[in-house]
Design a protein around this ligand. Sequence first.
Ligand code: SF4
Length: 250
Amino acid sequence: MRGRGGNVSEIFVSFQGEGLHAGRRHLFVRLGGCPLRCRYCDTPESLVPVPECRILGPDGERRRANPFTPSALEAEVQALVAVAPPLAALAVTGGEPLAQTDFLAAWLGMRAGGLPVLLETAGILPARLARLLPEVAIVSLDLKCPSNTGERARWDEHAACLEAAVAAGRDVYVKMPVDEGTLAEEVEHGARLVAAVHPAVPLFLTPLTLPHGTDFTISAATLERLHAVASRRHPDVRVLPQLHKVLGIL
Ligand code: SF4
């Protein structure tokens, strides 16, 4: 993306819906584009670069054409920070943000202090993650189970990303989306992987819902079973639904 600017699909303020910091108010910057095609993806509009960014502020919604320069994006962020209630973090999400590493490095590198950066990533691009870690305080890393994504396994990439984030001393947590068809052996494998890198990194099982609904695609009994399987391999496994879906917010 060097020289071509960044593709941003949404900028908005909401409650963090997942993981260790769920319930805290964050400013979200959602980037367009993702190399994966998870079957359960709940941001299908961000899978490819988009012509316009949607910006949701206290005065409602407006659109701004892509691409963004780093300074233009930072100006939009600062404008929202100025009018938002107290915020805990700047959440950089997607799509897959690391698909635009050059742009992210330029944007995050020019920021002088301000909100800590929480990076939400699928954890499949370890070299790119390592490059951005100096600008990131919190890493939210997914473990993708092939049985529910429909993608190939990426265990080695997940492990390399987790190792890099832990070695850098970042605040790290891992989320593993699960549904009724998720294989127990994959959940067990993922739990063992996280525990092997660092058992203090919490592992969240995220019960999936229909892409644009609140109906869970996993039963309570299956969730219990998968939690038990994971807990045999990892000392801190938690179940947490996506709060933003429960609340019906962004
Ligand atoms: S990694 Fe995230 S954005 Fe990309 S396809 Fe999977 S769920 Fe969707």
